[in-house]
Design a protein around this ligand. Structure first.
Ligand code: WT7
Length: 651
């Protein structure tokens, strides 16, 4: 993406603004002064945020950046993450406060107070010790969204074992690669979990994976579905080993840089990268951002992040951030349409959720299902809405605000990555006048910018590469076992800058708009056009629920824009040529004639990864009439068949 910054900035004329509600602005946890305070003394600012935590030993130095890009935060400090997330709340007399309202997909529920959590985590920590797990060992966790998942993570943190959570939808092969890379000694799993109304087995996948992993000594199995499973010699049942343990366990202080967890990012090519996060800096930024971005008032709010804990969003904003802040959260096991398409809204109504955090892919799915579904539920408890995972299309933002947020709850579009550990760029709900589709500004204490090819900051109105210019507390420390790859992947494109792989533009006010991965930018007749902007233009048509756009080789224009569109449930007749013309004209009107798609295909589904990102690579295969490439990382491997059926030309 080297050329024409001006094209990007001319696209997308979004003028709507949403100021924070007066009441929220007045009582906000973080006010506008925070930006100045942080920029005057960034390290002092982060040191004050670290004081949100309870340290067993204070740090000597806030940041050691003497060997970039290898950072050490709160050097010499000691603390225990599980103590900070659980015990200290109990010690402060808040043991009876609910940590999790857990809801299983079949409708079974469990309520865990902070005191319950302390007992459960204590038992699990003692069980890990009995199984021979020691500080520094790695534990792989392959569990459904049940309470034993956060309990296992906290038990590891408590004894200093480094966890590696592997998303329950991954295959045996993916699990095995991750176990081997981390040399895990133990795998924690379950017989299965519930998905789409039925039990979905996990244990057979683990059996297949560990048959070839020499480092695994035991497999600790939670009984969740009660389905029959094969029992192998190294298997032990959670219900036997954990349940009989003592609830007493004293959390051991860890060095601030002790490895807390490894989380693998799939990466489109090459072997997965084990992103390493450590202790003090990580928890500091996660606790601060959860407090600032969601305006969490732990005594009043009920918070729900709908992500899976298998992704970083769940690590940081279901487990570590909310618990460090003493929040009450909802945790849900299953899918949003089981047993009906209003399940999420029913949960919000039932638990009076006030802060809700989800992904654009989910929002667009709800738009597709129809406005009448959320309208049947009382969502008036909601006061802050978050979005994460991809750029949020302005139309999806406005729909979310209107139909879920009752036209009053601010939407915070939070940009970050597995690698950044926590939120980096986001509005502050009590400060920022939000623009639909913009992540707006780096948070206080974060220094990020948009640069050109040469690494020079672009002026307001320009576009280019998003970079982070100064180290931040929850940054990845390395790629597990591969320092060289860490340097090469993130720190070599621009001298001294962290390059995240995303394109962005700065509008005339200097606010940031994310444009997706730079690999997804198209070059049409010499103009750089981002897939995100064309998708947003399509989604702004009242009959469109979702759109994915790719650049296909074109003899005339270099690349031509090909769009795949899912109509809204209420759209009516969408088969005819008139509708396609209407859409093409709509894009031309919104963005300019250069952005008009050469071709639009109406499809029933889009190919997505398990974390909800559109796999444009596969759509490019369709657009260029190639046979379709590797589909193994698709969330639903039948989607490409559905698409091909609709399009006789695509094999
Ligand atoms: C990539 C990171 C952060 C947790 C979930 C994803 C994209 C993420 C946004 C946003 C535009 C976004 C970026 C980023 N992304 N949030 N608010 N606006 N793009 O974590 O799997 O590591 O993916 O997701 O492209 O680089 P991840």
């Amino acid at each position: 993406m080297s050329q024409s910054q001006e094209t990007l900035s001319n696209l997308l004329q979004e003028t709507r603004r949403f100021a924070p509600p007066a009441e929220l602005a007045e009582s906000a946890n973080v006010k506008a002064e925070a930006y100045d305070e942080a920029s005057e003394d960034r390290l002092g600012f982060w040191a004050r945020q670290a004081d949100r935590l309870t340290w067993s030993k204070r740090w000597d130095e806030v940041l050691d950046w003497s060997n970039p890009p290898f950072a050490k935060w709160f050097v010499g400090g000691e603390l225990n993450v599980a103590y900070n997330c659980v015990d200290r709340h109990v010690e402060a007399g808040r043991g009876a406060k609910i940590a999790f309202h857990w809801e299983g997909e079949p409708g079974d529920t469990r309520t865990l107070t902070y005191a319950d959590l302390q007992r459960e985590v204590g038992k699990a920590a003692n069980a890990l010790l009995e199984l021979g797990i020691r500080k520094g060992d790695r534990v792989a966790i392959y569990l459904p969204m049940i309470p034993e998942l956060p309990i296992s993570m906290l038990a590891c943190a408590r004894i200093g074992a480094t966890h590696s959570v592997v998303f329950g939808g991954f295959s045996a092969d993916a699990l095995r690669t991750r176990i081997d890379d981390a040399q895990a000694k133990l795998v924690i799993t379950a017989d299965g979990g519930y998905r789409r109304g039925k039990p979905s087995a996990l244990k057979p996948t683990v059996d297949e994976a560990v048959a070839q992993t020499p480092t695994v000594e035991n497999v600790l199995v939670v009984r969740r579905t009660g389905e029959e499973v094969a029992e192998n010699e190294r298997d032990v049942w959670w219900q036997d080993v954990v349940e009989r343990q003592s609830e007493e366990h004293t959390a051991e202080p860890m060095d601030s840089e002790h490895p807390l967890y490894i989380l693998y990012t799939s990466g489109t090519t090459g072997k997965p990268k084990g992103i390493l996060h450590t202790t003090g800096g990580y928890l500091t930024q996660i606790a601060y951002t959860h407090h600032a971005v969601f305006d969490l008032k732990p005594e009043k709010d009920v918070y729900w992040c709908s992500a899976d804990i298998g992704w970083v969003t769940g690590h940081s904003y279901i487990v570590y951030g909310p618990l460090a802040n003493g929040a009450t959260s909802v945790m849900y096991e299953g899918t949003p349409d089981t047993p009906h398409q209003g399940r999420w809204w029913e949960l919000i109504q039932k638990y009076k959720v006030s802060i809700f955090y989800t992904a654009p892919t989910a929002i667009r799915t709800f738009m597709k299902w129809g406005d009448d579904i959320p309208a049947r539920f009382d969502l008036s408890s909601l006061r802050v809405l978050g979005s994460v995972g991809e750029p949020i299309n302005p139309e999806a933002y406005v729909w979310y605000r209107e139909h879920i947020g009752g036209g009053k709850a601010p939407v915070v579009d939070t940009w970050w990555q597995t690698e950044t550990g926590g939120i980096m760029i986001s509005p502050l709900p009590g400060v920022t006048a939000g623009k639909p589709g913009a992540a707006m500004r780096p948070l206080p204490g974060i220094v990020a910018d948009v640069v050109d090819d040469q690494g020079n900051a672009v002026p307001d109105g320009g576009g280019g590469f998003l970079v982070v210019k100064e180290p931040w507390p929850s940054m990845l420390r390395t790629i597990w076992g591969d320092d060289e790859r860490y340097v090469k992947t993130y720190w070599s494109r621009f001298d001294g800058l962290y390059f995240a792989g995303d394109g962005a533009k700065k509008d005339d006010d200097g606010d940031l708009w994310l444009l997706g991965r730079v690999d997804d930018v198209m070059l049409v007749s010499g103009h750089n056009i981002s897939t995100t902007e064309v998708e947003s233009a399509l989604v702004s048509h009242p009959k469109v629920a979702e759109a994915a756009v790719v650049g296909a080789t074109d003899p005339l224009t270099g690349q031509a824009i090909v769009a795949f569109v899912i109509p809204r449930g209420s759209a009516g007749d969408v088969e005819g040529a008139d509708f396609l013309k209407e859409l093409r004209d709509h894009v031309a009107r919104t963005l300019g004639p250069i952005a008009k798609p050469r071709q639009i295909m109406i499809v029933p589904e889009l190919p997505k990864t398990r974390s909800g990102k559109i796999m444009r690579r596969l759509l490019r295969d369709v657009a260029e009439n190639r046979s379709i490439g590797d589909v193994t990382t698709l969330a639903d491997s039948t989607v490409m068949d559905l698409i091909s059926e609709k399009l006789p030309s695509a094999k």
